[in-house]
Design a protein around this ligand. Structure first.
Ligand code: AMO
Length: 426
């Protein structure tokens, strides 16, 4: 079963050499005494010529069966392949059972639901595989950037005893008949506590929200990149997220161009990202005929309008305090406003973050103001009595970032096994 080369490695230099290639049958052209077979592996396709006894096996094998072929590399007359393999051994390892649920050659497009039902097979489609290679490459860049800025990577619990983002959208379950447990909506409380001893932390992990939303951007399980840093204010962590996003976009364009093209992503350059305050957004929206009062949340329609004005990335900063979670710090010069921000790409929110309250008394009264019970946060609040430093951070929806950078229209395109209100399998 072992191979010596991937399809893409077969080139002029190997002419005359014996090779073994493993992959799956994409096409077979039977011309009697011989057959031309296109074999695809994760790197691409190659052509093999089958003669003699093996023709029968090749012709009868269903498309997409797993095979391993051995033979000698020779020059090819085919316009798509500079070389081909003259096969001496053609082994069908596992037959594909037809009809297959989707066509992984990408020639016949299937609806997203059908593709997700057959996700493992869908990954054979070159465009789809490219998206997941980019996802992986992007994580490396995120990690390198944050490690380079003095952060350490941490892992906090996903099974938790109290809500971190308030009670809405919380998945709960029975914990050994003793109490209720929840799935983490974010690492918010833990990451804040960690600044006390570790100064700068980041986490890349799955978070869970019982979102009853049927949109192209909401999942019930999503991956977030979270950071939290002591002694930084919100503008500083905005600079950090700007560098993270810029580095990922640049790496895709410079180091992963072929995959970016296969995925259908545009070259998105991230220069200095505009920073607009919430109130500036209200003014811009008013000019467009969308009248909102101070304190109103920016509706989907409003964000779509803003997205038309500011194509690409932009920050919305200084939101009304009451629109933001209990842990967000007010602006010292105007306590109705908060030291908070969202990073948008057009209408799509990619990141939220801000400066946090570090004074336990203020945090207790904010919890009460927001109708939350400080008693249920005592476990968290006690850390604030141990010399909590001022701190800021953000959470970046990694799936949404990948959606933008790969030019995908649906977050499900960039998630292997998406979870939403209707989908729990595969
Ligand atoms: P927030 O709730 O805005 O902030 O979430 C941060 C980012 O996570 C992504 N996201 C989602 N992606 C897909 N499906 C969902 N259901 C979903 N929900 C959120 C978005 C969003 O911008 N604790 C704060 C962050 C912080 O202040 O550090 C938080 O969770 O891209």
């Amino acid at each position: 079963i072992k191979r010596t080369h991937y399809a893409r490695q077969l080139d002029d230099q190997l002419v005359g050499q014996q090779v073994r290639v493993g992959g799956w049958i994409e096409d077979v052209r039977d011309i009697g005494k011989l057959a031309f077979v296109t074999i695809r592996d994760v790197t691409g396709a190659c052509q093999v010529i089958v003669t003699g006894d093996s023709v029968q096996a090749a012709v009868q094998a269903p498309r997409q069966s797993a095979v391993v072929v051995a033979g000698v590399v020779q020059k090819s007359k085919a316009k798509d392949f500079p070389v081909e393999v003259k096969v001496s051994e053609f082994t069908v390892l596992t037959k594909a059972v037809h009809p297959l649920p989707i066509d992984p050659t990408g020639r016949v497009e299937s609806a997203i639901d059908k593709r997700l039902d057959a996700r493992a097979l869908d990954l054979r489609t070159p465009k789809v595989a490219a998206i997941f290679r980019l996802r992986s490459a992007g994580l490396v860049v995120v990690r390198d950037t944050l490690l380079g800025e003095g952060f350490i990577e941490v892992n906090t619990p996903k099974v938790i005893g109290s809500a971190s983002e308030g009670g809405a959208n919380l998945f709960s379950f029975d914990y050994f008949g003793k109490r209720k447990a929840y799935l983490a909506q974010s690492p918010q409380l833990y990451k804040e506590q960690l600044t006390l001893g570790l100064d700068r932390v980041f986490e890349i992990g799955p978070y869970f929200r019982a979102e009853n939303s049927h949109t192209v951007r909401h999942l019930t399980e999503f991956i977030s990149v979270d950071i939290e840093a002591a002694f930084l204010d919100y503008e500083d962590v905005m600079d950090i997220v700007e560098r993270v996003v810029r580095n990922v976009a640049t790496a895709f364009q410079e180091k992963h161009k072929a995959d970016l093209q296969l995925a259908g992503g545009k070259d998105i350059s991230v220069s200095k990202i505009d920073r607009l305050t919430y109130e500036q957004c209200l003014d811009e929206l008013a000019k467009e005929g969308e009248k909102l009062q101070f304190g109103d949340d920016l509706s989907d329609a409003a964000l779509r309008k803003l997205g038309e004005i500011h194509r690409g990335f932009y920050f919305i900063t200084d939101w009304p305090l009451k629109l933001k979670p209990f842990y967000i710090h007010e602006k010292e010069d105007n306590p109705k406003l908060s030291k908070s921000f969202d990073l948008q790409y057009g209408y799509l929110e990619l990141v939220s973050g801000g400066r946090r309250l570090h004074d336990p008394a203020k945090l207790r009264s904010r919890l009460a103001e927001q109708g939350l019970n400080p008693a249920s946060f005592e476990e968290h609040l006690k850390a604030f009595d141990w010399g909590m430093p001022p701190h800021s951070g953000w959470g970046l929806g990694y799936d949404r970032l990948m959606m933008v950078l790969t030019g995908s229209q649906n977050v499900r395109d960039v998630v292997l096994y998406p979870r939403d209100t209707d989908r729990l399998t595969p």
